[in-house]
Design a protein around this ligand. Structure first.
Ligand code: GN1
Ligand code: MG
Length: 362
């Protein structure tokens, strides 16, 4: 594998010294490595092309998004821009990614030095993360040209996610259905409510904007003083509802337990973190969001947690073909933990609504 990686890196950088290459990060989809050369550090990633079916389009999206953000930061006179936005490194031939002889796709980016990401945060960091994702959406609001490609079609569309789930239940490919009948019932009981964003969009009252679509808490890099540097993992930046981005942060950042906690007693919503994030986010975003969007942010937290429950359970029923797993029951453990979080969000829904309204000043 090592030789192979060296060969890949040499497609991008012409450095005679042999780089050091180490695994990096916790993504469920791509494989990431840290590459240290004599001159510079990079992040090398193998892009999962079974999931991202058009890698060229995906890379074009990232190229446009990062260039646009860079211009915005320059316009604001921001210092240290190379640590404030991702920088793609093209191949020596000038392409945005490299396809190896096995058909795998690779990209290289500058490594952002002196940065860290967190799986667990406090309300103050949540506030800063909220500001950062609000600013991210704001900076991309006037992205010129065609809309971005949908790198995964219907990615956060609950109606199509449920269709896929129904297929998985019907096919019962891995023979695991009997063991999860209770969870299937819980999912069905909420299906109608959870499709309301799609209905509102069809009615013309819920717009799509340029979203990040993977606002996990660990997709924000902080510097040594815990100030936000930059938003990373731009594979899924595409049109979507702002409630999705709000909700996915709460799902990951405001969970008192882990996404795959085996101890369900650890799992619940941390309302102080919810409030920190809502305040930070709305400080930037309240100026451009409609009342309907604001009214549905707390719903977004429920929706994205429900969606993740459905996605993990679908993958469990399919026999674990999508997410990387660390144990045979990993997707089931994840499903149960996400469902427990959903129940906690349901319990505290009125409080979350009140917090959002106050933070928005409406
Ligand atoms: C995947 O690979 P990662 O961790 O960035 C997934 C997200 C899920 C997340 C669940 C392309 O993200 O949508 O919310 O796992 N990304 C894709 O933790 O499916
Ligand atoms: Mg991702």
């Amino acid at each position: 594998m090592k030789e192979n990686l060296l060969e890949i890196v040499s497609q991008f950088v012409d450095d005679k010294e042999i780089p050091v290459i180490k695994p990096l990060g916790k993504g469920h989809i791509n494989d990431s490595y840290r590459v240290v050369t004599a001159a510079k550090e990079y992040v090398l990633q193998r892009i999962n092309h079974h999931i991202f079916r058009n890698v060229e389009q995906l890379q074009q999206n990232i190229f446009r998004v990062t260039n646009h953000i860079r211009k915005k930061l320059e316009g604001k006179g921001v210092a240290d821009i190379d640590r404030r936005v991702l920088t793609l490194v093209p191949t020596l031939d000038g392409a945005l990614c490299h396809r190896d002889s096995n058909g795998n796709y690779w990209r290289l980016m500058d490594f952002i030095s002196d940065s860290s990401s967190y799986d667990e945060i406090n309300p103050q960091l949540a506030f800063r993360a909220g500001q950062a994702f609000g600013e991210f959406q704001q900076m991309l609001a006037d992205l010129p040209g065609e809309p971005l490609y949908e790198t995964i079609p219907n990615f956060h569309n609950m109606e199509t996610r449920l269709q896929t789930f129904h297929e998985s239940v019907k096919t019962n490919k891995a023979g695991r259905l009997d063991g999860v009948a209770g969870l299937v019932k819980e999912i069905e009981a909420r299906a109608e409510e959870m499709c309301k964003a799609e209905r509102m969009h069809r009615e013309g009252i819920l717009p799509k904007r340029t979203n990040h679509c993977d606002t996990k808490v660990n997709n924000i890099l902080f510097d040594r003083n815990d100030e936000v540097l930059c938003v990373v993992d731009l594979d899924t930046v595409m049109p979507g509802y702002v409630l999705s981005d709000f909700g996915d942060f709460i799902r990951t950042g405001a969970n008192t337990g882990a996404e795959d906690d085996r101890n369900l007693e650890n799992v619940s919503v941390d309302l102080a973190i919810f409030e920190g994030y809502a305040r930070g986010y709305l400080q930037n975003a309240a100026s451009f969001l409609t009342d309907v969007e604001i009214d549905n942010l707390a719903f977004g937290a429920k929706l994205l947690t429900y969606m993740q429950t459905v996605r993990f359970l679908s993958d469990y029923l399919d026999g674990d073909t999508y997410y990387k797993i660390a144990s045979p029951d990993h997707n089931l453990v994840r499903t149960k933990a996400q469902f427990k979080l959903l129940q906690s969000l349901e319990e505290h829904y009125d409080e979350m609504q009140r917090i959002v309204r106050e933070a928005a000043g409406r």
